[in-house]
Design a protein around this ligand. Structure first.
Ligand SMILES: [Zn+2]
Length: 110
């Protein structure tokens, strides 16, 4: 069972971080397990890792330059990743399992 924790990563900055009951972190963009290197920990500290699945470099690609909320940036990075990889059924299923995002809700941008 995965729970989404609202992590404060700075003033006005929130991250929606999935963790399971054993404290294992999942990618906040694509939902892949990050067993050794969470993108953010529960204190909001960034892990500076690169997700092997969606290639997002945390702390760099999701660094808010103009005051954007990080959770909104993750949403955009998720969309870009899906656009790039072609909305693979297993990716959509994982997003549904981890984030509760209905896999039918994606609209592909052509
Ligand atoms: Zn990822």
């Amino acid at each position: 069972m995965i729970h989404i924790k609202i992590v404060k990563a700075g003033v006005g900055q929130t991250v929606l971080m999935p963790f399971d009951e054993d404290g294992n972190a999942y990618c906040p963009v694509c939902g892949t397990p990050h067993l050794d290197d969470p993108a953010y920990d529960l204190s909001g500290a960034v892990g500076w890792g690169i997700c092997p699945k969606c290639d997002v470099e945390f702390g760099v690609e999701d660094s808010p330059l103009h005051g954007e909320d990080i959770k909104d940036m993750h949403k955009e990075l998720r969309k870009k990743w899906l656009d790039r990889t072609g909305y693979q059924p297993e990716d959509l299923q994982r997003l549904q399992d981890v984030f509760g995002i209905d896999r039918e809700s994606w609209t592909k941008s052509e």
